[in-house]
Design a protein around this ligand. Sequence first.
Ligand code: ADP
Ligand code: MG
Length: 324
Amino acid sequence: MEFRLIDRIRERTALLRDDVRLGIGDDAALLAVPAGQELAVAIDTMVEGVHFLSGTAPAELGWKALAVNLSDLAAMGASPAWAMLALTLPGEASVEAQALFVDGLAEGFAELAQAHRLALVGGDTTRGPLTLSVAVHGFVPPGQALRRAGAQVGDAILVTGTLGDAAAGLRLLQDGQGSVDAAANYLIGRLHRPTPRVMTGLALRSRASACIDISDGLLADLAHVCAASGVAAELEAAALPCSPALLEKCAAQVAREFALSGGDDYELCFTVPAERLDAVREVLRGCEGGATVIGRIVAGSGVRVRDEDGHWLTPQRRGWEHFA
Ligand code: ADP
Ligand code: MG
């Protein structure tokens, strides 16, 4: 099926890896897992109108579909190796329009794949509502994968990069305020081209006690860590890392709301035992995005947030307000 489209994808994503014995073109790929490594696998699907706005450029889609998966590997401390791409394309588009779309998609995908020496080894191409599914495979030494379980009372909680940018970028696009200035461009860029923190994930192997990537918002994802670890988290709102662009485009309250609950950050949230914190900070100095301490693990369940005045915040329908 769809040989010409598949050829266009293969040409644009070509990358040599010794462990790919047979890539795109047969009924299955043949891959050699390095001796002594565990395979970490993840898959994520993006549906038009659900996970991305209609009209998003194909190159942005290709980048992001891979980025969200690399972010999952990063959260496990796995080193990326291979990917598969299942593509569902609307049948109504002309052959030329489909070719143009697939070219852009493959180029955006390849840009990020090459940066991580990841090979696209296969996939599937079908007709239907525009949907991209990417599966990724990475390696991790046995016992060294980072997990959601493992956070202990007293651990520091950290996040990489800055939070809330993508949610602000989405809001700008929805309000018809795309690309009006440099700050807007930056936030929209963070929505379309998230940076998976692969290096950081590798550096955190056998150093972090627990780790997750933030896709549904800090509070929701940190709650998963707490539930899996049987602990609670206390966050300091004042410590949340926000970009200059976010603070320029949003009121402080809104920026905090995006940082706590906005989706699509694709930063890592992880916990570190207090006695290892200095060593981890040292190791992360060489990793893009750095990391910021935002709170600590305590006994109990759930996630609490304290504002600048020391009051606990409570979620309201229209954001976060003081606990009454
Ligand atoms: P089959 O019918 O045997 O499943 P396909 O025609 O679907 O074969 O695919 C032919 C080859 O092209 C396979 O190696 C498959 O992995 C690859 N392929 C198909 N679609 C894609 C895609 N969107 N991206 C990458 N490889 C693809
Ligand atoms: Mg097939």
